[in-house]
Design a binder for this molecule. Structure first.
Ligand SMILES: [Zn+2]
Length: 114
């Protein structure tokens, strides 16, 4: 399962985003938080988080080894973001809509692996 997270959509401080992703891992519930953009079934048993924060995107596979730590301490320490990735401001309504449009447009492209 692939979880698409775009922190630029919510502009919350990292701990808030990490907490809601932790809840998702723990309970499987899809929280109604704007930075969790999508959940895609990629036919893999493990969860891969695709996290965008500022101009950076990182992929983090949630293995059993780090799962507990990701739930309670958050994903940022595993995701290897530079320091300036953490400064995310809440978007304007126009920026927010543009990000959703970009995502939907990108999604319609044919997948590279099938
Ligand atoms: Zn968030």
């Amino acid at each position: 399962m692939k979880v698409i997270i775009n922190r630029n959509l919510c502009g919350h401080p990292p701990f808030a985003c990490e907490k809601c992703f932790g809840e998702f891992l723990r309970t499987g519930a899809y929280p109604d938080r704007s930075c969790m953009l999508d959940v895609i079934d990629d036919n893999k048993p493990e969860v891969t988080a695709v996290i965008t924060s500022g101009p950076y995107t990182r992929e983090l596979v949630i293995t059993d080894d780090i799962r507990e730590e990701v739930i309670y301490d958050g994903y940022m320490k595993f995701a290897d973001f530079p320091d300036d990735a953490f400064e995310v401001k809440p978007p304007s309504w126009n920026e927010y809509r543009q990000m959703l449009r970009d995502y939907e447009a990108h999604k319609k492209e044919p997948p590279q692996t099938e």
